[in-house]
Design a protein around this ligand. Sequence first.
Ligand code: SF4
Length: 207
Amino acid sequence: MEYNYSSCTMCPRTCMVDRTKSSGKCNAGSHVKIAKAFLHKWEEPCISGVNGSGTIFFSGCNLKCVFCQNYKISQENFGKVISTEDLERIILDLQQKGAHNINFVSPSHYIYTIAECIKNLGKSLKIPIVYNTNGYDSIGSLKQLEGLVSIYLPDIKYFRNESSMKYSNAKDYFNIATNAVIEMYRQTGKAVFNDDGMIQKGLLFGI
Ligand code: SF4
């Protein structure tokens, strides 16, 4: 499904900005921007395994926590704009290098492009997709990933509204993240691991 970037409501911020001309809270335009793509060996053991997780860091972020360890990427929007075809090539390259999975980090503001890429790759993509998110995702956008993402990895950052307001300017965080997690679990069901202990589908929490 082609996304209408002229009034963005892709995530719960519902900025309604025209991303072809400017950007909202996430700093993202309508074209994908990434900061880094590599084999990540220090994710959860069932994600990184021996070879590493084929990790792609997207630039910008829709939550922008003041304590972010990737501040340059999430808040200063460090990275390079690439085409959808470039992103598909990067995914295949990581797979060819032996990645156990493709791990999209901070993907909430690029969900529609991600869905398009996975669909375009079809059967040439043989490893699971991990959606590694801050949990501030809208249900309508998550539904675009049904049948495409195998593993959800939400980082649940706050329980108290006062804290989420203070550190991420998102007073509805816990309610939004709770509903997002319910939708993620609806899509994946119970976790499944292969004989090597690598997760193949399911929901994993970072807290
Ligand atoms: S994806 Fe970005 S521009 Fe769109 S609603 Fe979320 S923060 Fe705003």
